[in-house]
Design a protein around this ligand. Sequence first.
Ligand code: ADP
Length: 488
Amino acid sequence: MKKKDQNIAVRQSADDLIIQAPVAISFLKSNSLVIESANSHILELWEKQADIIGRPLAFVLSAPGQLHYVKSVQDVYKSGHIHFGYETPIRLNRNGHNNLFYFDFVYKPVKDSSNNTVGVMVVATEVTKQVVARQLLEEAEERLRLAIEATGIANWDMDLLNNDVIASSRLSEIFGYDADETLTYQQLFGAVHPDDKCVVDMAFEEAIKSSIYLCETRIVWADGSIRWIRTTGKVLYDDHHKPLRMLGTTIDITKRKQEEIMKNDFIAMASHELKTPLTSLKAYTQLLVSKAKKAGDEFFINALEKSENQINKMARLIYGFLDMSKIESGKLQLNTQAFDINELFDEIIADKLLIAPDHVLSFKSGQTIQINADKEKIAQVIGNFISNAVKYSPKGSAITLAVKKLSENLRISVKDEGIGLKVRDQQSVFQRFYRVEDESTRGLSGFGIGLYLSAEIIRLHHGKIAVESEEGKGAEFYFLLPLQTDPN
Ligand code: ADP
């Protein structure tokens, strides 16, 4: 092929490249920036037709808003230096709508073999999608930031390798410092109340294992005053499950805690005051029952036994409230002893007529199983399971008690044929004051503290409490007690 033909072929393929390129391209020649070639994308940007080819850029883009654009290209020609423009907004008519679109621009000088600028290559890439996505993200972040600010929550990011903490200014305020003061890991952990340090350590250990950090603790401000904070966090790991960072939020809960403490103190005081008159009421009623029995007065025997039953119910409730306030102040203690669990069941079953007069209560005594636990409190948990089984299942139905020795634990269960529980309620019933409120429980009274107390008692024994149930098909409440360890 002759040299001239070769040049024509090279030109042709360069033009094809420009025309077919997925980005907007134009080549402008000589210092008057004559449009040598322009593909359909750049014609759309300029809002022109192909008849502009061969005309100078300044002539084609002569509207006042386009002058700065032409000037930038002229500057590139004169200086010989490349120019980049990012996310330039341009209004375009597309599909009958006039909207704003965004483009990244490159104006590249084209040089001859003597390094003289002979033209400028203009390339524009549309970045509208990226810009809009980023703007939406920024808006969402801003909304989140405003929401966080409004709720007084501080957020933070802790590097678990070198303990660096990046936090919002609210964290400094929560710890009693000026908002613009940056706090170190040492300052944050140093502020934890000495009595709560082990709670924080335990929550931290748990977070490394489960990825979730949750802790309510006291902190001491520089002026000696005490505040309560609630911190939640999530641990992020590397590919080898090595903990890298923890992201989280902290909120000041001092007011809520003070109210809780006041409420708790009131419950403790009221229950304590009620205990003494109730004890003497119970003693007198028992005396009257035995007198009525001696006199053989059926009416009095019946009425007084019913009163005694109600007094017992009231006593259980009051002792429950007392235990709850002890748990809240961390004062519920175990009084452990070694005993055979079957003996305990036999004692419970002995009161069968009293605790479940209208149900078929069954328990098969098995091999001797010695455990080390607080007998009275374990009896309280089993008693609570049984009274719930009675309350939430129909008269005449079966309640089955069972003890099973597993490899490391003892499994103690109470199964009924009652209303059962929805899956969503199965975790929550162990929370304080939680009660299932629906058609099936309407008219059944209670405070929602029995299972909470049971869960705390089992937790103190380092055991596990749970329920297996299907709605409408009964429930099996059970707990596991470690066979080896002494809870103390
Ligand atoms: P209370 O029975 O006084 O409300 P509990 O803490 O003992 O408090 O129980 C919490 C809730 O768990 C109850 O309100 C009830 O909805 C549910 N529950 C407990 N035991 C059973 C059971 N055996 N069957 C069905 N629901 C139960």
